[in-house]
Design a protein around this ligand. Structure first.
Ligand SMILES: [Zn+2]
Length: 211
């Protein structure tokens, strides 16, 4: 059986976009808002080592952006995020803390709580599922059911354990099955499974998305 392909926006890395220079970098080790706010205080704490576009090593703190985060019931909150500009090529890089879901305007913990019926490790309260509209939840579930084929080669680069796993992944599996398999093998930590795997994917091939 051939799995459905995911929406094109999930499988379009920066390298496939001719006009892409800067973009988003994910600070995978920042797992909660207090740590993020602490790191915002010092421009060096989020400063990238080098520019992904030209490999230049001088990046200046450029500006802040407000990131809207939906918390349910039509209510949103905001977190500031830092942007840096490469001195050599002028590419702008936004550094997103690992606990925020790129493009979904939510925290990964709230996304994972909403999806807890999909075989993902439970996190948060069941009542939190109600904070995600049914149409949004259906879209995420559909994306988890689509093919993970494009994610496997980049994931293998950052997670060599995948290659020698006791439970080899099939050539084509769904995105949800991929997360579940990595959870069973202990390669992902339950409560932060989605933020962890999306950080790996983005690090290996910036722009590629799980959801
Ligand atoms: Zn650059």
């Amino acid at each position: 059986m051939t799995l459905p392909a995911p929406p094109a926006c999930l499988n379009r890395p920066y390298c496939a976009r001719p006009n892409q220079t800067g973009g988003t970098l994910i600070a995978e080790d920042v797992r909660e808002p207090n740590e993020h706010r602490r790191r915002l205080l010092d421009p060096d704490d989020y400063r990238p080592c080098s520019c992904l576009n030209c490999r230049g090593s001088r990046l200046h703190a450029h500006s802040y952006r407000e990131r809207r985060i939906k918390i349910g019931g039509g209510i949103s909150t905001e977190e500031q995020v830092r942007r840096y500009r490469c001195v050599a090529c002028r590419a702008i890089w936004l550094v997103l803390p690992g606990f925020l879901a790129r493009h979904l305007h939510r925290s990964w913990s709230s996304v994972q709580t909403a999806l807890r019926g999909q075989g993902l490790a439970p996190v948060g309260r069941a009542a939190d599922r109600e904070t995600v509209p049914a149409t949004t939840l259906r879209r995420w579930v559909g994306r988890l059911a689509s093919s993970a084929q494009a994610l496997l080669p980049p994931l293998a680069c950052v997670c060599p354990e995948l290659g020698c796993a006791t439970e080899p992944l099939p050539a084509d599996c769904s995105r949800g099955a991929l997360v579940q398999a990595l959870l069973r093998q202990g390669l992902l930590v339950g409560a932060s499974a989605l933020s962890q795997i999306t950080g790996w994917i983005h690090r290996a091939m910036p722009g590629l998305r799980l959801l």
